[in-house]
Write a protein that binds this ligand. Sequence first.
Ligand code: ADP
Ligand code: MG
Length: 266
Amino acid sequence: VRRAPKDRRPSVLALANQKGGVAKTTSVASLGAAFAELGKSVLLVDLDPQACLTFSLGIDPDTVETSVHEVLTQGAAVADAVLHCDEGLDLVPSTIDLAGAEAMLLARPGREYVLRTALEGQTAAGAGSAAYDVVLVDCSPSLGVLTLNALTAASGVIVPMPAEMLGHRGVGQLLDTVADVQRILNPDLEVLGILPTLYDGRSRHAREVLADVGERYGVPVLDPPIPKTIRFAEAPAVGRSILSTARTSKGAAAYREVAAALLKRC
Ligand code: ADP
Ligand code: MG
C-alpha cells in the first residue's frame, strides 16, 4: 500500500445519520474497500458502541485490547489501536465500552475535539493518521458527543439515507447539526452530499424523491444511488465487504463509482 507523505493531512470523511439502518456501516466498509482498490491507504474508525463495523471486518470486539474508547478517554495513540484487516483496510475498532465514553467526555472541556486531536497525532502518546490518504468514520445513530467528535474531525460529511426516506424530517435535523458544527466547531467541514442507499429503481416514489432532494435541501446528491441488493446481507458474515464477496454486483459497482467521484473532489 502506498503511503502518503508525512506532511499531508488525510481526507477525513464522516458518514453520519442519526437514524439506524440507513447503511452507514455498509457504506463505510464498501467505500473504504473501493478507495483501497484505487490504491489509497485507508483507515476506518468505528465510532459506534454497537461495533457493527468492527464485526463486519471479521473482528470480535471482545478480543480487542485497545479500541477507540481508549483513544477517546485515556489518551491512547491511534496507532496503538489500529488493526490490519482484509482488503488492505486498517481499522480503529470499537467495543461496547464506547457506550460509556459519551458520559466521560461530557465532563471534559474541548470534548468535541478529542478525535480530531487524536487523528492529528498530537497526543503525547504518539502517531495519528498522517500515514493515510483517507480516513472514514462510521458514526453511531445519534447526534451526541461521539458524532460531534466525528464532524469536528472531518473535512467532509456524507449522509447515507435510504432513497425512500429522503423526504423525511431527519435529513433537515442532521443538516442543522452540521451547520452548527460548521459555525462553532469546524468551519472547514464540507457537506459532500447525501448518499441515497437501499435504492429500488423500480419504485416510482423512490425515483421521484431522488429527483428533487438536492434542490430541497440545497446539498449535493451523490451519484449513482446504491441499489438495494440481497448481496449486502451476506458480506459481513465473512468479514469482507461486498466489493470482494460480490465483486461484480451492481451494489459494488455503485460504491466504486461513488468512491472514484469522491476522490476527484477531495
Ligand atoms: P447503519 O450503519 O446505518 O445502521 P447498516 O450499514 O448496518 O446501517 O445497514 C443496515 C442493514 O441494511 C444491514 O443489514 C445491511 O446488510 C443492509 N443493507 C445495507 N445496504 C444495503 C443494500 N444496498 N441492499 C440491501 N441491504 C443493505
Ligand atoms: Mg452502523
